[in-house]
Design a protein around this ligand. Sequence first.
Ligand SMILES: C[S@@+](CC[C@H](N)C(=O)[O-])C[C@H]1O[C@@H](n2cnc3c(N)ncnc32)[C@H](O)[C@@H]1O
Length: 198
Amino acid sequence: MLYGVGLGPGDRKLITLKAVEIIKAVDEVIVPGTIAYNLIKNIREPRVVEFPMGKSEKVAKGLAAELVERGDEDIAFCCLGDPVFYSTFHHVVDELLRIKPDAEVEVIPGVSSISCALAKAKLFVSSSAFITTQGFHEIDTAIVLKAKRPKEIEEKLKEMGFSKFVLVEKMFMDGEKIYEEIPERASYFSVLIARRQP
Ligand SMILES: C[S@@+](CC[C@H](N)C(=O)[O-])C[C@H]1O[C@@H](n2cnc3c(N)ncnc32)[C@H](O)[C@@H]1O
């Protein structure tokens, strides 16, 4: 199993209990740089695999090939913030699934710089928000909270050019469900994710 473990924004107290549990339990821990290394070295000595600018694709390919060779071993790739946002882990997963489409991958979410920056600024998001690294007109992912009527939202987003939809309902609660066929109704505890491309 390959775990992508989020370490939060740099404060040890913002590393989740689940992250610590995985870091202690796996066969090897890999970090992409010294900040992540310093953050977890007291929990477990990790191996550093650097992703230099312009060479990250090559490094991700090499690491994915190594993971396939290592077969059943459990490896945790730990990165800053949350692995789902702009992380090197994404490249590793893409390469791994390209060479081994049935590879097992699990993401352990971390506290993202997005939440932390808002918290530091004491600003609250209550309507819509836009997250990007560049290209203010190119929204490729839309995330809708409180998606109690997800089918209606899906129809509206389709008109805007979105084509892939996932509804995540009651995460980590009794009755957790992940839908790729979007239902008419869902719980208040639902998040709809839409992508412009699959
Ligand atoms: C490659 S992205 C990684 C994002 C990370 N996966 C997350 O969820 O926060 C790096 C960017 O995250 C932001 N970032 C991450 N940690 C930060 C911190 N402690 N303070 C301010 N910005 C941070 C900065 O915008 C930085 O350029």
